[in-house]
Design a protein around this ligand. Sequence first.
Ligand code: 6GU
Length: 225
Amino acid sequence: MRIDIISAAPDLLKSPFNHSIIKRAKEKGLAEIHIHDLRSFGLGNYRQIDDTQFGGGAGMVLMIEPIANCIEQLQAERTYDEIIYMTPDAKTLTQSVSNTLSLKENILILTGHYKGVDQRIRDKYITREISIGDYVLTGGELAAAVLCDSIIRLIPGVIGDETSALTDSFQDNLLSPPVYTRPSDYKGMKVPDILLSGNFPKIEDWRSEQAYKRTQQIRPDLLDE
Ligand code: 6GU
């Protein structure tokens, strides 16, 4: 999979992709991430990328031309399966969306800043808009890093234990059950007997029951879906 990201704050994206799972995915050749600095498509001597909004109001808006020029230059080199705009005024990311995106070959992500981008960019180029939750971030960069992490870890071969991603919270609209490791008794706090029983069908039943209980308590909304 190849992911291209267009950003006005590319430095924010450098660190998250050089750690742990994403780093390994890159080293194994399973994922490539290319970051493009919107500023290099800016207009005039000052490389302008934003301007005040028509109709008045506080905050700057990212202009059409630098973004359109950047997108079209990238599109001349490859066809994108999806062009995604990261913005708080969109549907919230779910595991189901990440599953879908993990099957794509070429994804382009546009991150917003300031008051966002000129609506005509969204109308013309964007195939999907994604928010990562009901709160506002300074820019879409950290949200794009979250999206990329959630997608890349689902690519076969990225996570060592193939079954691991499939048993995550949310994979079947349930939260994960509690987990324990050694010691089995920590200052009188004991691991549930069932997990030490060696009876694996029973253990699976217990985990399903715990996952359901936890979901009912913490995220009953997931059970309605
Ligand atoms: Cl995608 N962008 C920004 N700026 N804030 C957010 C977000 C995205 N998702 C949640 N908050």
